[in-house]
Write a protein that binds this ligand. Structure first.
Ligand SMILES: Cc1cc2nc3c(=O)[nH]c(=O)nc-3n(C[C@H](O)[C@H](O)[C@H](O)COP(=O)(O)O)c2cc1C
Length: 164
């Protein structure tokens, strides 16, 4: 367990997102913090995803994903979508299908829709590159949830090595 390493990496400030994926009739969504913009033209975002997640197969098969930006008061949702797929995550919230087919949360600060434009292996994760094809700022005055504020919700302290 490396609490100090997890604490160190939480100083790289990021938000907290619910990432939606879809392939055919199947939908899933999971919480992610490792998301960042990577290009202005074309507009692109990158998402680091553990290939062991159920969502990864759907991402590969469907080739689309959504990024739903969580507000500061949505920590409970971050925990819910951090659970495995068989917990019926989407059945417990209001969502709709976006133009890419990916699920969009009705209640979010903002959202983006992306088409998978490439991927790159990154150690125990895969960096998925998304071309942004749609997006909306739903609540311009709301504060985003910051990853550091989620404590050890993702269990990262048990995943980081103890040293360099
Ligand atoms: C705050 C938080 C941040 C997370 N960030 C990521 C992330 O950036 N990438 C990732 O692959 N998993 C991340 N996870 C873990 C997944 O949300 C979790 O393993 C989930 O169960 C995967 O769902 P799935 O198996 O239904 O796809 C995070 C979890 C939490 C609670």
């Amino acid at each position: 367990m490396s609490l100090s390493m997890a604490d160190l990496f939480k100083r790289i400030t990021s938000g907290v997102y619910v990432v939606g994926v879809a392939a055919g009739p199947q939908r899933n969504a999971f919480t992610a913090a490792w998301v960042m913009p990577v290009s202005f033209r074309p507009l692109m975002l990158a998402l680091s995803i553990n290939p062991k997640h159920s969502s990864f197969a759907l991402l590969r098969e469907g080739g689309v994903f959504s990024i739903n930006v969580l507000r500061r008061d949505q920590l409970e949702l971050a925990g819910r979508f951090g659970a495995p797929a068989d917990t019926g995550k989407l059945s417990a919230v209001a969502w709709r299908t976006g133009k890419t087919g990916a699920p969009l949360l009705e209640d979010a600060l903002a959202r983006f829709e992306c088409e998978l434009a490439g991927e790159c292996p990154t150690g125990d994760h895969v960096l998925a590159l998304g071309r942004v094809v749609d997006g909306v700022l739903l609540q311009p005055d709301a504060e985003p949830l910051i990853y550091r504020e989620t404590g050890d919700l993702d269990g990262a302290s048990g995943l980081f090595p103890d040293g360099f």
